[in-house]
Design a protein around this ligand. Structure first.
Ligand SMILES: Nc1ncnc2c1ncn2[C@@H]1O[C@H](COP(=O)(O)OP(=O)(O)OP(=O)(O)O)[C@@H](O)[C@H]1O
Ligand SMILES: [Mg+2]
Length: 533
């Protein structure tokens, strides 16, 4: 046989394996449908698009997607196309009508002549005059995790020679694409819900954490600070918090935010001292792409991130003169531009600034602009150092003891009197933070139920020792320990020396002798102060 010529049989075979026009149409529809379903998270719109394609290219007079509603257990029309009643909220029970049966059984149904099918409800159908012609109805299940969760239904003009099997297969593929899109949408939705829940929970936790009740202090100065927080929190006033390092400035900034009308909006902190000079401006105001080498994309600054919320400028005393000028402008005009940008951005941000620096000295030396200082200094809260509020010290010590004892799973109940004396006689240059760290360390090294003087860190030991004996001899150390134990026993027995002696397995006579020797004022344990209990 000459090349290029085929037998009639071979030609037939080739023609049979060639796709027909309707197959090509179906393939291109599948491609379009998959693009529509994967291109968006708006499932309803994507379903409409798919149904529209079925109407335009596949002779669907009417088409619907019904989905099972988790709350009601009913089937609800999610999307529809063609001659459909737009107003009706069409619903089916599972097992009701043809659609209901398809979902119940998970199998497709074909009704070649709708007029002869008593089960056909046609609830979504509109304008019967247009559909008086005989119709066929095909419905295939939408299956997710091996369970039918809906159905895709199509009305076609009745044609006696229609290949229903092929059409059902084709619709089955479309339905499986819909199922896949549904799966993605439900995953995204459940993730989103989880995030929203988590966010609400975290916000609540933050609010509780920075609640007023967590700011410990009953001393006069601390009461005044709390009053000031209450006064200023709900206003939009700029607040300047001043105080030595570790006095609780950040805690107060949080308390102001979480008690303000902006509590549900972001609280954004900028540590001005921690940022290098070259970066601080872009951190605060953001930058446009290419504003400087390394700025590869447009980035929002902290002012934009804190929109409608609070911006906390920590260590404001450390910002450079150039940034001071820009900050002044935002404070005056409430607007700014991103670095390298021209668009002016409005700033709806409440400012709280904090510093441990001597601002007056910085003003006179020219390190800080006076005009900026007056803008910041609208409402100033001074947080007193811990050494000036001794009455807060034991309250804070108890608070941290309980916190760390719980955190480290220890059953520590109290602090012994000598240890209390050491805590109160120390000058706490690092303020509350130092006390907090000291208590954590002490809880870690303490192995009983009581914190004794020897559990306290060396800084405190040296402080005490430096006032009395520079180098403790063995004899002195034993004496100090003995004194510690006796005082503790007296405290337990509320100054009852006989009982204290019994507790120490000693006699009252020996105890009295030691009390005199160490100059212990046992009477003071009789009327025990509450804060030493
Ligand atoms: N009144 C208080 N009640 C309970 N905890 C406090 C109190 N004051 C401070 N703290 C705790 O002490 C620690 C230090 O506080 P904070 O970070 O607010 O200090 P700061 O003044 O910002 O210090 P710095 O100037 O060094 O940044 C924090 O863990 C805070 O929770
Ligand atoms: Mg701080």
């Amino acid at each position: 046989m000459a090349p290029g010529r085929m037998t009639t049989a071979a030609a037939h075979a080739t023609r049979a394996s060639e796709p027909t026009a309707s197959e090509i149409r179906r393939l291109s529809t599948l491609l379009d449908a998959s693009q529509a379903l994967s291109g968006t998270l708006d499932l309803k719109a994507a379903l409409h698009r798919v149904l529209e394609i079925l109407g335009r290219h596949h002779g669907a007079v009417r088409s619907t997607v019904v989905l099972l509603e988790a709350e009601t257990g009913q089937l609800r029309v999610e999307a529809a196309d063609g001659l459909i009643r737009q107003d009706a909220k069409v619903r089916y029970e599972i097992g009701e009508g043809i659609t209901g049966r398809v979902v119940q059984s998970g199998r497709p149904v074909v009704v070649p002549r709708v007029s002869r099918e008593p089960l056909f409800l046609g609830r979504a159908a509109d304008r019967p005059e247009l559909t008086h012609q005989e119709l066929s109805y095909l419905s295939v299940p939408i299956v997710l995790n091996r369970k039918a969760v809906g159905a895709l239904g199509v009305d076609l003009k009745f044609k006696p020679d229609r290949d229903y099997d092929r059409y059902v297969k084709f619709l089955g593929i479309v339905a499986s694409m819909i199922a896949q899109a549904l799966k993605v949408q439900r995953l995204v939705e459940s993730e989103r819900r989880q995030l929203v829940e988590e966010n609400t929970h975290l916000r609540q936790e933050l609010k509780e954490r920075y609640d007023f009740s967590n700011i410990m202090g009953t001393s006069g100065p601390m009461r005044q600070v709390c009053e000031q927080i209450a006064q200023v929190a709900r206003a939009n006033t700029t607040v300047l918090i001043r105080g030595e390092s570790g006095t609780g400035k950040e805690l107060i900034a949080h308390a102001i935010h979480y008690n303000s009308l902006r509590a549900r909006k972001p609280f954004v902190k900028v540590s001005c001292a921690a940022l290098p000079e070259s970066l601080i401006e872009s951190e605060l105001f953001g930058c446009e792409k290419g504003a400087f080498t390394g700025a590869e994309a447009r980035r929002k600054g902290r002012f934009e991130l804190a929109e409608s919320g609070t911006l906390f400028l920590d260590e404001i005393g450390d910002i450079n003169p150039a940034t001071q000028v820009k900050l002044l402008r935002v404070l005056q005009e409430r607007e700014f531009e991103r670095l390298g940008g021209t668009e002016t951005i409005r700033a709806n941000v409440r400012l709280i600034a904090a510093t441990h620096k001597d601002m007056e000295q910085m003003l006179s030396s020219g390190g800080f602009r006076e005009d900026l200082y007056y803008r910041l200094n609208v409402f100033t809260i001074f947080v007193p150092p811990l050494r000036d509020r001794k009455s807060d010290l034991l309250l804070l010590a108890d608070h941290f003891l309980e916190k760390f004892s719980r955190a480290h799973g220890k059953g520590i109940k109290r602090i012994s009197t000598p240890a209390i004396d050491m805590l109160t006689s120390y000058h706490w240059p690092g303020n509350v933070r130092e006390l907090e760290n000291c208590l954590e360390r002490t809880v870690l090294v303490c192995d009983g139920h009581v914190i004794h003087a020897h559990h306290l860190p060396p800084t405190l030991q040296t402080a005490e020792a430096s006032g009395t004996v520079p180098h403790l001899s063995l004899k002195d150390a034993v004496a100090a320990y003995e004194k510690d134990l006796i005082q503790d026993a007296l405290k337990t027995t509320r100054g009852n020396r006989a009982k204290a002696a019994r507790l120490l397995n000693s006699t009252e006579r020996i105890l009295n002798y030691q009390v005199r020797k160490y100059g212990i004022d046992w009477q003071r344990f009789k009327t025990q102060r509450r804060d030493q209990a």
